[in-house]
Write a protein that binds this ligand. Sequence first.
Ligand SMILES: [Zn+2]
Length: 363
Amino acid sequence: MSGNRPSVTAAAVVLAAATLTLQAQQGRSAGSAQSSGADLRIIPIRGNVYVISGAGGNITASIGKDGVMLVDSGAPSMTDAVLSAVRALDRQVTASGMPQRSCVGIVQGCTWWNSSNLLPTTVGPPAPRPIAGIINTSVDADHIGGNEKIAAAGRTFGVRNLANAPLGAWIVAHENVTARLSPAGEPKVPAGALPDETYFGDEKKLNFFNGEGIVITHVEAAHTDGDSMVYFRGSDVIAAGDVFNLADYPVIDTKNGGSINGIIAAANKLLDMIVWEHMMEGGTMVVPGHGRLGDVADVAYYRDMVTILRDRVLAMKKKGMTLVQIKGAHPSKDYDPRFGRNPQWTPEMFVEAIYNTLGAAGR
Ligand SMILES: [Zn+2]
C-alpha cells in the first residue's frame, strides 16, 4: 500500500493572513527540475512552532535558541526547497527580537535567557541557529525523504565523535520505522537517512528544546506500525503525522502494519491530549500529516468519520457481504466529496483496507 500513498500537491492551509509564501529560490537555482516551481507555505502556529506545507507531508518546525527541529523532512524531490525555506525562516526568527517561549510567565521577559539567544543589537542580528534534529512520524517516503540531506546540513550541539568532527542533526523515530527502513540490518535507504535514535514503547520525552517540553507518543498499528505524534507542550501544538489527515481518507498502510482500529484509537488519543478553547477555534492546534491545520472540532469530526465508516463496513461484513458487495454498496458515499478525491487513495481502497484490517473478533 506504500505505493498508493496520496501525494497531496497543495495542502489547503487556512489562516491565509498569516501565510508567508517563500519562493524556494535555492531549490530553483540548484537547477533541480524536480524542485522547480516549488512554492512552500509557511505558517506560524504558536510560540516557536511553524508548519511548512507543500513538500509532501506537512513539516512542523520548532525554531529558537536551541536551533531548528523538524517533525518530518518532506518528499525527496523537495529537499532543496525545504532546506532553503527552513534557512530563510530560521534567519528571520533568529534576527527578530521577540521574546521566545522561555519567557512564558515572566512579565518583563527573561533576561537571563536573552543573553544566550539574542546578542545585543549593536553588533547586528545573531547568526541563524543550526538544524539540530528531525523526528519522523512514519516510514513514508514523503515524510522521511529529506532526512539524509537535511541531517547532513545540520549540527548536533556539544557532541563530537571520535574523529572530533561535529555531527549532523540527529534523527529520532519509533523502532518500527527503523526496522522497516533497515530490515534484518539491510538498509533500504542511505545510512545517513536512517534514524540514529529509536525509541521503544508508547512514549519518549525529548530534552527541553527551545524552552518547552516535547513528548513523542507512539500509537499502535494505525497508519503504519511505527507512527508517532509529537506534542510541543509549551506552544500547545501536536504534529500528528498521517494518523490524522484533513486532505484525504487516512491511508491504512496494510503492508507496513496499519489498521482501521489503530486509526480510530489514534484519533481518540489525540482528543484526549487536546485542550479545547470553549466556543472558539483555538486551544491545542493539530498539524495533520496532510491538509490544513486543525483544532478540536476537526479532530472530533475526523474521529467520528473514521468510526462511522468502520461501523458501516463491519455491519455489512457481519451480514455476510463480500468485499465486492460492500464496495458496491458505497458505504463512504456521503463522505467521499470531502475525503475521497485522491486518485491514489480512493474510497474503494480505503473501504478495502477497513475490511481487511477488521479483526476476526468482530472489531
Ligand atoms: Zn503522508
